[in-house]
Design a protein. Sequence first.
Length: 71
Amino acid sequence: MVDIFRPSEDIPPIVDQAVSLKKHFGKPDTVWMQLGIVNEDAARQARDAGIEVVMDRCMMIEHRRLLHNSL
């Protein structure tokens, strides 16, 4: 997983690197843009390369939510 804590305008080159890694090594499987970060063009590029995309979500909040729902 590539976990991104950068402004939305900084996302494209990071996704470019993730796509390149996916082509050469089969990973990453996911690009996660943290809370408040959205870049639809970069998300489309990642999805087109077979990478799952999560945008505008906090991993810690999601982990707590999932943990709470499983109890």
